[in-house]
Design a protein around this ligand. Structure first.
Ligand SMILES: Nc1ncnc2c1ncn2[C@@H]1O[C@H](COP(=O)(O)OP(=O)(O)OP(=O)(O)O)[C@@H](O)[C@H]1O
Ligand SMILES: [Mg+2]
Length: 458
């Protein structure tokens, strides 16, 4: 994880940077926003931490104008509440009070990147999948990783990179669904100075950042067809054109791609290019759902209990026999992620010597494919809106009802576009187009949630 600090390192921010380094972050420092932007253009970063006294608004505006997608957190003296409010208003995702608290910094870093990339398993189905992954890791072949939501596709992608010849070079992930269409091209291929209004300097894209290493194109089915053609060319020619560039740039990148849609269906519908699919899909790794590997449930549950107990500084507790049974019987539609969320909650709720059933909150049978707590909550909320207010709908146009449903679902998902689209049963692209339309019409649209790299989206 690469952290860019904008500010001076003497004093408290220096202490914060040391904590981040101790947690494995690679830290670079820029004295001011201009120098920081230069680092972002040429090297990129996973997280920016900026001194609240610097020009946060200016930084956020430049990032938007230059189409650079990176989360920004501000830090400053704890007692200065107005500075914190200003920072958040200017577009910072979080405010870290100084002097720095090691736990808080660790939590922020963990929220931005997944610190632990260990793959835990016991079931032979998973052992087999990992063996196949290891066999193909060392080639340069493109790999398509498929599987239901939350099955561990990104984790497997990192595993393949780690086991490959490229492991010393960078692993770079781009979520094609979370980045708005108009930004994705710049994000992938970079741009030249003057390529568009706001392009004040050259910026290298993720392909160039990943040069020599591995690029994960996450949720590739969400990429629009025009960009798919450009991607296909890059894969064929091993060179790319930065946006607004006139000279092709050579790149050597191994591509991994994930999708939780059925790609053959997408091809039939004409939303995904068949030729690109065959290029990407030299090998397919199909991750089994948690239902198909029941022996993994208990070991994963223990693993998450340990991890979240440690992260929260709580006393170690084991799962009661009753809980173990509950967990193996439950249908984990949200797969490992749902199990992880359930265990995280259980660790926080438990009180006795062991974690008993009172600490386990299982989602019922939520709508859609992604029943993590947020989604379940939003599904229930959306259902109650419809149930309670059916008669209130009379007199409204279909467009108005659709708009209200979309906005309500989105606010219940705390702005998370991916979750909201899942519940609504529409693509993220459709959701985004609708939101753009509403926002143009002057409707208040909930801002994107933390973790979704789409600050620049509406
Ligand atoms: N075998 C495993 N061992 C330990 N942790 C796991 C395992 N599989 C998944 N996880 C954890 O579960 C969560 C979901 O995994 P990941 O993000 O890789 O899934 P995904 O398939 O990419 O999900 P999505 O489709 O929602 O993008 C992560 O926090 C990951 O660390
Ligand atoms: Mg993923």
């Amino acid at each position: 994880m690469r952290l860019l600090i904008i500010g001076t390192l003497d004093g408290q921010i220096g202490a914060a940077s040391q904590i981040a380094m101790a947690r494995g972050a690679k830290v670079s420092v820029a004295e001011d926003v201009l120098a920081g932007l230069e680092i972002l253009r040429t090297h990129g970063a996973d997280l920016v931490m900026i001194d609240v006294k610097r020009d946060i608004k200016g930084l956020i505006e430049s990032l938007e104008a230059e189409r650079i997608v990176v989360p920004v957190v501000a830090c400053g003296i704890a007692s200065d509440a107005s500075a914190a409010v200003r920072a958040i208003k200017a577009g910072a995702k979080e405010y870290i009070p100084l002097p720095p608290d090691a736990e808080l910094i660790a939590a922020v870093i963990a929220a931005v990147t997944q610190e632990s990339h260990n793959i835990v398993f016991k079931d032979p189905r998973m052992a087999q999948t990992l063996k196949l992954a290891e066999q193909v890791a060392n080639s340069d072949a493109s790999i398509m990783i498929t599987g239901e939501s939350g099955t561990g596709k990104e984790l497997i992608a990192r595993f393949i990179h780690k086991k490959s010849r490229r492991s010393e070079k960078r692993f770079v992930a781009v979520n094609c669904a979370a980045i708005p269409e108009n930004l994705l091209e710049s994000e992938l291929f970079g741009h030249e100075k003057g390529a568009f209004t706001g392009a004040v300097a050259r910026r290298l894209g993720k392909f160039e950042e990943a040069n020599g290493g591995t690029l994960l194109l996450d949720e590739i089915s969400e990429m629009d067809v025009r960009l798919q053609s450009k991607l296909l060319r890059v894969l064929q020619e091993k060179e790319l054109d930065r946006v607004g560039g006139s000279q092709p740039v050579k790149v050597d990148v191994r591509i991994l791609a994930t999708s939780n849609r059925n790609m053959e269906d997408e091809i039939r519908k004409g939303t995904f290019r068949e030729d690109l699919y065959y290029r990407l899909n030299v090998v397919t790794l199909a991750l089994p759902s948690l239902r198909e590997r029941p022996l993994d449930i208990a070991v994963l549950a223990d693993h998450f209990v340990k991890r979240y107990t440690e992260a929260n500084g709580l006393p170690q507790r084991s799962l009661s026999a009753e809980v173990r049974q509950m967990l193996t019987r439950h249908v984990w539609r949200g797969n490992v992620r749902e199990l992880e969320n359930t265990m995280h909650r259980a660790v926080l709720l438990a009180s006795g010597n062991e974690i008993g059933s009172e600490a386990i909150i299982l989602s019922g049978a939520p709508v859609g494919t992604n029943p993590d707590p947020l989604v379940a909550q939003a599904a229930n909320a959306a259902a109650s809106v419809i149930g309670a207010g059916r008669s209130a709908l009379v007199g409204k146009t279909v467009a108005e009802v659709e708009r209200d449903l979309i906005i309500d679902t989105l606010s219940h998902c705390l702005g998370n576009r991916t979750h909201a689209a899942n519940i609504l049963g529409i693509s993220i692209r459709t959701l985004r187009n609708k939101l753009k339309q509403y926002s143009d019409e002057g409707v208040d649209v909930p801002p994107p949630a933390g973790g979704e790299a789409e600050r620049a989206a509406i």
